[in-house]
Design a protein around this ligand. Structure first.
Ligand SMILES: Cc1ncc(COP(=O)(O)O)c(C=O)c1O
Length: 368
């Protein structure tokens, strides 16, 4: 029997809002303290060089580039693949559109052609339609298709077959393909696929260091030597090239690639355990697809409680969730979440649902 956390509200919260809250591991702190730093912006930091070479090899691409944030890495990819005035095709719920669109429009001068995918996956036919629009001369030239794997709305991993089929049609129609792979290593773990196989069909990809990998910050952009050389110039144009002691981050990121990959599989496993436990809670519906990663999406029964009510109720039990849609709550597992936390989170969800059911039962029925 798991001791009830519900009785000890002073315990640290079980923070399931995002894997972006992860902090460096002890060995990352040690590596950062011991880091032999060079002048990174002059290309003289051996740790940064080692990190970029390591990730390029893992990703099966010619070169890699450390960028300060995942959002900036995506922005640099957009700048590098396109010309001002071009059109970019992307899923209507993608992070690049929802959270980074100001960069797409304000900095790159691009038009977003959003397409409703199914659980983040745009069909090859929809890509053809979106790109072919430009043949009628009313639409701008499409130079880029952006994919996201896993998608950040459902946490659904897309398999290599899908990534290849959709990338092929984009390439045939003259567009490059960039993959926002903030959590692509979770997708690889879920599907038991090597990173270089997953990324083989795409021209470039961004991989976050600061999510499940638990490094303190940054992302890696991978692609051809020519693409990365131009991307380096674009990082400079954005004012992002002078992180002079960036080797501190590189030291932590190298530890992440050496030690944290098995953790991502554990995070996926714990998300599956949470989904399974929540399926037994009356008053919430769990939404997980065929290839889930480290996210669990839950829809509270609107007749019982709102997403806000559910999240606020959970917080009183020391469990933090994230309102991800009008009536959905997202839980994300990561290295600070253990098996006991999963059990307690499910216990808290049941307690919240029960208390809403009890207080609703006390309300007089309308019209009587
Ligand atoms: C799918 C996806 N892409 C990009 C980003 C941006 O990464 P960063 O927070 O490092 O800018 C995030 C952040 O959560 C994300 O979930």
């Amino acid at each position: 029997m798991v001791p009830s956390r519900l009785d000890s509200p002073q315990a640290r919260p079980i923070d399931l809002r995002s894997d972006a809250i992860t902090t460096p591991t002890d060995s990352m702190w040690e590596a950062m303290r011991a880091a032999d730093l060079g002048w990174a912006s002059a290309g003289q930091d051996t740790l940064l060089v080692e990190l970029e070479e390591t990730v390029a090899k893992l990703a099966g691409k010619e070169k890699a580039l450390y960028v300060l944030t995942g959002g900036m890495a995506n922005l640099v990819a957009l700048m590098t693949h396109t010309r001002r005035g071009d059109q970019v095709v992307l899923d209507s719920r993608s992070h690049i559109l929802w959270c980074e669109e100001w960069g797409l429009s304000y900095i790159c001068g691009l038009t977003a052609r959003s397409v409703d995918g199914v659980r983040g996956q745009i069909s090859p036919d929809a890509v053809v339609d979106a790109i072919n629009d430009s043949l009628y001369r009313h639409r701008p030239r499409t130079s880029l298709l952006c994919l996201e794997n896993p998608d950040n709305t459902f946490g659904e991993a897309a398999d290599v077959g899908y990534v290849a089929s959709v990338s092929n049609v984009a390439h045939e129609l003259g567009a490059s393909v960039h993959l926002d792979g903030a959590r692509v290593l979770n997708a690889c773990a879920a599907l038991d696929v090597e990173l270089h196989d997953m990324l083989a069909p795409v021209d470039s990809a961004m991989i976050s260091l600061n999510k499940g990998l638990s490094a303190p910050g940054g992302a890696i952009l991978v692609g051809t030597a020519e693409f990365i050389s131009e991307a380096r110039m674009n990082v400079r144009r954005l004012g992002g090239s002078s992180f002079h002691q960036c080797g501190i981050h590189a030291a932590a990121a190298l530890v992440a690639f050496r030690e944290m990959l098995p953790q991502l599989a554990e995070d996926n496993r714990r998300a599956a355990a949470l989904a399974e436990a929540l399926r037994h809670v009356t008053g919430v519906t769990v939404d997980q697809g065929r290839a889930p990663t480290n996210m669990v999406i839950v829809a509270p029964d609107p007749g019982l409680m709102s997403a806000r009510g559910f999240v606020d109720g959970l917080e009183t039990h020391g469990v933090l969730g994230y309102i991800s849609g009008e009536n959905t709550v997202r839980f994300v597992t990561h290295r600070h979440i253990g098996d006991d936390d999963i059990a307690h989170a499910a216990e808290a969800a049941a307690a919240v649902a029960e208390s809403f059911a009890a207080s609703n039962a006390k309300q007089p029925a309308i019209g009587t």
